[in-house]
Design a protein around this ligand. Structure first.
Ligand SMILES: [Zn+2]
Length: 652
């Protein structure tokens, strides 16, 4: 989702002029990095092992939106396949709507009044009316169901057999769409009607994996989702005056649009330019919607973790074709109220969606879904497979930034299904990193300046990255201090990947390894260790020192120029430059040396120069006096104290 505006507090950081180094080379390069060896499930090379398994959940959902009561009611059929080596006597489901109840853990722990995770008004959460089980062609009621906050445990009459047992669950559910749903769903009142954004809306299977069995962390607010893959068919029935959009492919457009709109829809499917399907002048025209009282919109999406949808009478809608590397096509779709049309406003959304998805598909992995829909609503920015919710008030660089970010999440965590509830850096951070490359490319760099996330290596950002109060990357999102979430989950991991790409591995080796990570773990569940193993195995670089500093600890980087001397005190004999690593993090070093006669030397030192201690001296074949020595001249690294990166010849 969208990062929280960093609440910048005044920072009193004191950097002592003559501080001693705290660097410990034995600690930095300790060979013991991996806590356990590879196994049959997850190989030491970072690939899914020969016995890798994951369970599967396919869903069929029918629901109705009541616009008078703002209630969604429906039935869900879940086909759950147990591919694990264990017989499962009980199952866990996620009941995320229960976070909006007054007595939920989420409500209890949201201390920030009116804050992002706070509820404007409480709801009654889910009302689950029936639960039925079908196993081995036998129908039964569950032996027992117990709901604890946002989780429901369902004890079965008979365990679901290991290695392929299949059980079918049927549940009927109802809930009220919250007005503001933890910035992930809700209602926006516009002059032409409410925009409903509906997500975390049906009971979903919790993940059972080889790492910890059932993943039952509750939905409390900051932590996002960890979900199984499967195919989802769903229908939404709503008054015909509403336009509904959802994850996946709309199966029955001819029943949902007027003949005129249908012909525009077909034009859009083959158009690189945005085609308006329902224009702003048509919004209040009853003839712009079918005459029936209700319309049932049918959607289908395969190999997905989730589905979401949105509905409103107020929607202007447009679309264009997305070209994918394999030759397949997808569709970029935008819906927004007329109020969102302004300079560089939502009428440009489809152009942005198309560019974003085409970029990521070419660069990393092909977009797997038949449509990509951007919805303007109350949610600031939130991602779901094939559909995202972005703020109705965004325009220009803000609209590009949020659209590109939320669709970037298609790759992390929709394709690469890491555990978001535990490791925010593996989706938000990886996504923020790929957003940088996409933004450089969009419309020849139109919004490159004043980037969405700011320059991660600006001295301002670095102060936050390495502040004493900063949380480590492997901190659970709920535990990361609110004001740190933007840095710990987004900026720092993005800086980390930038540094790995630009300074440690180089673009080619990094891109090959990162691409391989995506394809190895596409539609699977990697852990941080699978990521580390993959990056090391594919790039051929032992990176324990790197992950230790960046991920496992909150170490700082401070490279400095300690001294410059000349051989036999004569610059014509060459110079000896001594560097010092003052903090605990190590990185390779790039040094730019400028001589008085205008000659320049660029020296790249590998990280191994720091293996023997905090100081390193190297020679340069100078022919005149050195005017200036600069470390990290391209500013690729987050330097805690950039002042000591430059040595200048003293003026007499
Ligand atoms: Zn995000």
């Amino acid at each position: 989702m969208k990062k929280t505006a960093l609440s910048f507090f005044v920072l009193f950081s004191f950097i002592a002029a003559f501080s001693q180094t705290i660097y410990d080379h034995k600690e930095a390069f300790n060979p013991q990095f991996y806590p356990y060896p590879g196994n049959d499930y997850r190989s030491a090379s970072g690939e899914p092992g020969p016995k890798y398994w994951q369970n599967r959940a396919d869903y069929k959902i029918n629901c109705t939106l009541d616009t008078l009561t703002h209630k969604v009611s429906g039935d869900v059929e879940i086909w759950y396949t147990n591919n694990s080596p264990d017989n499962l006597k009980f199952l866990w489901l996620q009941l995320d709507q229960n976070i909006y109840k007054k007595d939920s853990r989420g409500s209890a722990t949201t201390t920030e009044a009116g804050g992002r995770w706070a509820n404007a008004k409480f709801t009654d959460g889910y009302s689950i009316k029936t639960v039925a089980v079908e196993y081995n062609a036998k129908k039964s009621a569950p032996r027992q169901t117990t709901t604890t906050d946002t989780r429901m445990q369902l004890w079965l009459q008979e365990p679901v057999k290991a290695a392929g047992g299949k059980v079918k669950l049927t549940l009927s559910f109802e809930f009220t769409v919250p007005e503001r749903g933890t910035d992930r769903m809700g209602q926006l009142k516009t002059k032409n009607g409410i925009v409903y954004e509906v997500a975390q809306w049906f009971p979903r299977m919790a993940v059972y994996d080889d790492i910890q069995g059932w993943n039952t962390l509750p939905y409390v607010g900051a932590g996002e989702f960890y979900l199984e893959y499967g195919d989802i068919d769903f229908t939404v029935t709503a008054p015909s005056s509403l336009i509904v959009v959802g994850s996946g492919e709309l199966q029955n457009p001819q029943e949902c649009y007027t003949p005129e709109q249908m012909s525009r829809w077909n034009t859009a499917k083959n158009s690189d330019k945005t085609v308006v399907i329902r224009g702003d002048k048509e919004v209040n025209d009853r003839n712009s919607r079918p005459k029936t009282a209700n319309t049932t919109w049918k959607f289908k999406i395969q190999n997905t973790r989730d589905v979401a949808w949105a509905a409103s009478r107020s929607f202007v809608q447009d679309a264009a074709k997305i070209n994918l590397p394999s030759g397949k096509k997808s569709m970029a779709i935008s819906v927004y109220p007329v109020e969102s049309i302004k300079k560089d406003g939502w009428q440009r959304s489809t152009e942005m969606v198309k560019a974003s998805i085409e970029h990521y598909s070419k660069k990393w992995f092909e977009f797997p879904y038949p449509a990509a829909t951007n919805v303007a609503g109350v949610v600031g920015g939130m991602e779901y497979p094939g559909i995202v919710f972005c703020s109705h008030s965004d325009s220009g660089p803000g609209l590009w930034g949020v659209t590109d970010h939320e669709f970037g999440h298609t790759w992390f965590p929709m394709i690469v299904g890491s555990n978001e509830r535990k490791y925010a850096w593996m989706d938000e951070g990886f996504n923020t990193f790929i957003n940088g490359l996409s933004t450089e490319e969009f419309n020849k760099g139109e919004f490159k300046e004043g980037g969405f996330f700011g320059d991660p290596n600006s001295s301002f950002m670095i102060k936050y990255t390495f502040d004493d109060k900063m949380d480590g990357l492997n901190t659970t999102p709920e535990v990361i201090q609110q004001e740190n979430l933007g840095v710990a989950a987004y900026l720092k991991p993005s800086q980390m990947l930038n540094a790995l790409r630009e300074v440690v591995l180089g673009k080619d080796r990094f891109d090959a390894a990162f691409k391989e990570y995506i394809s190895r773990w596409a539609f699977k569940h990697p852990t941080p260790w699978d990521f580390f193993h993959t990056m090391e195995n594919v790039s051929g670089e032992d990176l324990g020192w790197f992950w230790r500093a960046w991920v496992l600890n909150t170490w700082r980087l401070d490279q400095s120029v300690k001294s410059v001397a000349y051989v036999k005190e004569n610059p014509e004999n060459g110079a000896e430059i001594t560097l010092e690593n003052k903090e605990k993090m190590v990185m390779p070093v790039t040094v730019l040396i400028k001589e008085a006669n205008g000659k320049e030397h660029r020296v790249n030192l590998p990280v191994e120069v720091w293996q023997r201690g905090a100081e390193w001296t190297f020679g340069v074949a100078t022919t005149s006096e050195i005017k200036e020595v600069i470390l990290d001249p391209d500013k690729h690294l987050p330097e805690w104290n950039r002042d000591n990166n430059t040595w200048k010849k003293k003026a007499f």
